[in-house]
Design a protein around this ligand. Sequence first.
Ligand code: DAH
Length: 342
Amino acid sequence: MEDLKKKIEEIEINALKEIENVIDFKKLTELKIKYLGKKSELFSISKQIGNFEKEERKEVGEIVNKTSEKLKLQFDLNFKKIKKIELEKKLQNEKVDITLPGEEVEIGKLHPLTQILNKITEIFISLGFLVVKGPEIETDYYNFEALNIPKNHPARDTQDTFYVEENLLLRTQTSPVQIRIMEKTKPPIKIISPGRVYRADSIDATHSPVFNQVEGLLVDEKITMANLKATLEIFIKKLCNKDVKTRFRPHHFPFTEPSAEMDIECFKCGGKGCSLCKNEGFIEILGCGMVHPKVLENCNINPSNFSGFAFGLGLERIAMLFYDIKDLRLFYENNLKFLKQF
Ligand code: DAH
């Protein structure tokens, strides 16, 4: 009996010694089998317990239990240690070094046409104009008829376009927005309307079948050509950020009477004449005029009570002038080398 106790004690001391520093999962598992498994000394002792006397049985049983508990505890402790070490290793390997420079995300910019449009809208908003939009697929009525361009009118020839159906077409100008607004709104009306327009033109350095215009319309009582000139002069001065000489040249548009084109003094040569202004000293900027009485009537606005002015400018044309761009196609090619310059 005493021998057996000693034996168990020895097993415990040896086992604890052997387990103590083992932090290798495989080895620890092997040791667990060696000391607590079915082939272990402790297990075979526990199987012999039944052969002892009652008193002894209890005593030996308790010692065996205590020892195996102790060993189990030590094994658990080591297994936990292994897990912790493994976790630390994993964390170490997967650690993100937040001090390393990040991957740079390239920040884009607004397209030069958007930049110019933003400037233009800001100026007109500051003058009290509302920004409105119209559909790009228009009826023949809004695009031509209501604007005093009847069927077979020669003005239609210069604005040949893409028809969706017989009376539905891709708008050739933003002017139909004038009609849509005047039909719905009582004067005073003060709007600008930017948007895409379409014409059946072959693409080259100065022509594109799709381009952008900005339309303007002001209708109120007693509006005269003086209001038109004052408004557009303020606009162009704000756009150029300086005093600019302007010139209004008589022109013809079916929906305005009188009509004009506004030129500004060439900012490249200061009016002396150069390649940009084709020796004119002036550059054409936009078309404008007093809203034709017939157009007002088409929208149920009485021309005896109200008058107005309108204007229309080509966004690409203005951007080309301001940024000194010779080829319109550059705006649509999305070449970053080009776009990054603005
Ligand atoms: N719609 C004209 C065009 O596309 C431009 C224009 C001229 C608009 C005179 C106007 C205007 O509102 O008054 O050629």
